[in-house]
Design a protein around this ligand. Structure first.
Ligand code: OGA
Ligand code: NI
Length: 384
């Protein structure tokens, strides 16, 4: 019998494509033929929707400076919790993206994980490729979901690893060099999972799902929101510079995150993340020391659309590499269902999304990605 307590395997499959870091390091190899696979059509290119008129640039700058900021220390301090919870609610309802400051991840944990990640990407190509994704797996080093020869490719490489719970790990795909990589990622993973748990508990409270007493009693109280902090995977993105065509390629194609809650760490201060808002792509300029949080598709489903999963993408820089670490949180694969949470539905409110087993949702997401779709949320919508 299948072991349903373990994560699904052998669900992904991707065509082999060049290592982008290697391509970028050997510009002589980057002839027109190769570059062509990365060049976007005009309406898809980074410049689209962000014309360089000064008014427009000013509007963008204003919009970007108002990406909300949530202070986790205040959220956990009874003297300020209500105020900060209101900010969190507005961030979830209006933006779907927010910076998290005073998140409590110790400086040395962040410092160490950044160092080992930088060191990993400095290893010779052959050493990195020793961790290459298998032909039918999503974990490991490579590029995600390349399904056709015509597909425009992202100007990036990535290392995707399950991190929590520990039994989901494929340690054979975790770098063993530098020697402290595994320990550093382990410690970062735990600290970030704690941030996710606190944010989800506060969201649950905002939704009327937990009263203050439950929260005070500690994290033993699981509900459908806090349950989506139980499993975690990280996607470590490496975006090489692209002096040839940085304004014609994308580091990461537009997508929404198929998971519950994403927490993103910028390894270097180079900006690149953009979110779709009001028909424009708005840059999320990194705040030093902060994490960027975003509502994923699963939260949109659980909240019956009160909190929206926002489309986002990454652009690349002409001269500087950029590295980011996205930590994706979701429910354990054997943990019941995803669907609108009954307790938060108003009388007569119609469910906008289907309810399906977590495991089936994971399969749905992967099969959608294998069809080249940027999001699986449409497949969850109920059409009345
Ligand atoms: C992701 C993602 C953005 C970034 O990994 O899903 O959206 O800035 N990353 O790297
Ligand atoms: Ni994303």
């Amino acid at each position: 019998m299948a072991d349903t307590s373990s994560k699904p395997r052998n669900l992904g499959a991707s065509l082999p494509v060049p290592n982008v870091q290697d391509l970028a390091a050997r510009p002589a190899c980057l002839d027109h033929h190769v570059l062509h696979r990365y060049l976007r059509d005009d309406d898809d290119a980074p410049a689209a929707l962000s014309p360089s008129s000064t008014n427009y640039a000013a509007a963008l700058a204003a919009a970007s400076s108002s990406v909300p900021v949530v202070d986790l220390a205040r959220l956990l301090d009874p003297a300020h919790a209500d105020d900060e919870a209101a900010r969190l609610r507005a961030a979830c309802e209006d933006w779907g993206f927010f910076h998290v400051v005073n998140h409590g991840v110790p400086d040395e944990v962040i410092h160490d994980v950044k160092e080992v990640i930088k060191a990993f990407f400095q290893l010779p190509l052959a050493d990195r490729q020793a961790l290459a994704q298998g032909p039918a797996g999503v974990e490991g080093y490579g590029q995600a979901f390349v399904v056709s020869e015509d597909q425009k490719l992202d100007w990036a490489d990535m290392l995707f690893l399950y991190t929590q719970p520990p039994e989901y790990r494929s340690l054979n795909l975790w770098p063993s060099r530098p020697a402290t990589f595994r320990d550093s990622l382990h410690r970062y993973s735990l600290a970030v999972q704690r941030v996710a748990t606190h944010l989800l508990a506060a969201m649950a409270r905002n939704l009327g799902l937990l009263d203050h007493q439950d929260t005070a009693a500690g994290n033993g109280n699981q509900n459908q929101m806090t349950a989506i902090a139980a499993a975690q995977a990280v996607r470590i993105n490496y975006y090489p510079p692209c002096p040839q065509a940085h304004d014609r390629v994308l580091g990461l194609s537009p997508h929404s995150d198929a998971v519950g809650l994403t927490l993103l760490l910028q390894v270097s201060p180079v900006p690149g993340l953009q979110i779709r808002r009001g028909g424009a792509w708005i840059p999320v300029v990194p705040l030093p020391g902060a994490l960027v949080a975003n509502v994923g598709d699963v939260i949109e489903v659980l909240t019956n659309g009160r909190y929206k999963s926002i489309e986002h993408r990454a652009v690349v820089n002409a001269t500087q590499e950029r590295v980011s670490v996205a930590a994706f949180h979701s429910a354990r694969f054997d943990a019941g269902t995803y669907g609108p949470i009954q307790e938060i539905m108003r009388p007569g409110e119609a469910p906008l999304y289907r309810t399906i087993a977590v495991e089936d949702y994971v399969k749905l997401v992967l099969s959608n990605k294998l069809q080249g779709k940027s999001s699986a949320i449409d497949a969850m919508k109920i059409n009345y």
